[in-house]
Design a protein around this ligand. Structure first.
Ligand code: SF4
Length: 343
């Protein structure tokens, strides 16, 4: 293990955090080989989403930047360039950790100016990525939200969320809590190459099941549906069936989009693993970061039909998602039955 102390102005990501001291720790253990953690003390932790009017949430908390889940298509890659860090391997391996996130959040939630609005987590990078196993920031964050009865939601691919199940249940007793797990496909061959740092789709669906068994409703964001690789009728059927069997309350499809930062990285991956598809992708994404509307509509319709067949409903934009707690022995619902708007 090696320690380096950096201060603002010494280069690297420190400059982004102004005058705050930054400590970079390079871990050389089998568990985190190849990953550098940049520990920082952030100045603020509750962030307003730019262009929030177009999003179903306005406020976010992101304790990490960069994500070792390393999804090739990750739209957050571009944000690493704001830190003067590489958006490819650097995004996967240079992880900024806001070590003071829990205490900062508790302070900001206690501010007279804070109105108690819904806070979304996991909307930029995954708050239950591997680093969370080491830094354990989420328990303090959930406790702060629970203690203020502040509604929140979490979107993740990390099965590590199950570690915090008791806390999530406590929070759901106090406020509105929404959980979504992202599973775009169940094809293990595709998973190994395109989401190499994530728990397997089966493990993620196991987390959905565990959440459901604990009385916490969990939706699945079926994202991304990857054209020509994960969109066959058989693949869509297998995925929606598995989502239903896991006990998810909703399934919401989202077709792959390729913004700058992600686009270059994904295209290089495509060229290496599926070179014959490169011309088809060039045509499909010729108009910009999004697949054509006809294609998106087709996928949405197929998934909705499958969801109906398997007995789960797609979440609608801004739809309230219910978090329930199991009935008490006397048959009454515990005080956690709450409503939430989420992704
Ligand atoms: S888990 Fe989410 S944030 Fe992390 S690399 Fe994958 S898509 Fe990006």
């Amino acid at each position: 293990m090696r320690w380096e102390n950096l201060t603002a102005g010494s280069g690297g990501p420190a400059g982004l955090f102004g005058a705050d001291a930054v400590v970079t720790r390079t871990i050389d253990t089998p568990e985190f080989r190849g990953i550098t953690f940049h520990e920082v003390r952030a100045r603020s932790i509750v962030n307003r989403v730019p262009g929030a009017s177009r999003m179903p949430f306005e406020w976010t908390v992101n304790p990490y930047r960069g994500c070792s889940h390393a999804c090739v298509y990750c739209f957050a890659r571009k944000t690493h360039s704001y830190l003067d860090l590489d958006t490819g391997i650097g995004f996967d391996s240079q992880i900024v950790v806001k070590t003071n996130a829990p205490e900062l959040l508790r302070r900001e939630l206690g501010s007279p100016r804070w109105t108690g609005a819904h806070i979304a987590m996991g909307t930029n990078v995954d708050c239950y990525q591997r680093a969370e196993g080491r830094y354990r920031l989420m328990p303090g964050i959930i406790e702060a939200l629970r203690d203020r009865a502040n509604p929140f939601s979490i979107l993740t691919k990390g099965t590590l969320i199950l570690r915090d199940l008791p806390l999530l249940r406590e929070a759901a007793e106090a406020t509105e809590v929404g959980i979504s797990v992202s599973v775009g496909f169940t094809d293990t061959g595709l998973w190994r190459t395109v989401e190499p740092g994530t728990p397997s789709p089966a493990a993620r669906l196991g987390a959905v099941r565990a959440l459901a068994d604990a009385g916490i409703e969990c939706g699945v964001l079926m994202a991304p549906v990857i054209p020509f690789l994960g969109d066959s009728p058989e693949q869509l059927r297998a995925t929606v069936r598995a989502v239903a069997e896991a006990g998810a309350t909703s399934v919401t499809p989202l077709v792959l989009h390729l913004r700058p930062g992600a686009r270059e990285w994904f295209t290089a991956w495509l060229g290496a693993h599926h070179p014959h598809l490169v011309p088809r992708y060039e045509r499909m994404y010729a108009g910009g970061p999004y697949a054509p509307t006809w294609y998106q509509r087709r996928i949405t319709r197929q998934v909705h039909e499958l969801a109906a067949e398997f007995g789960i409903g797609p979440a609608r934009r801004g739809e309230a998602r219910k978090v329930v707690t199991p009935e008490r022995p006397d048959g009454s619902a515990a005080a956690g039955a709450t409503q939430l708007s989420l992704l």
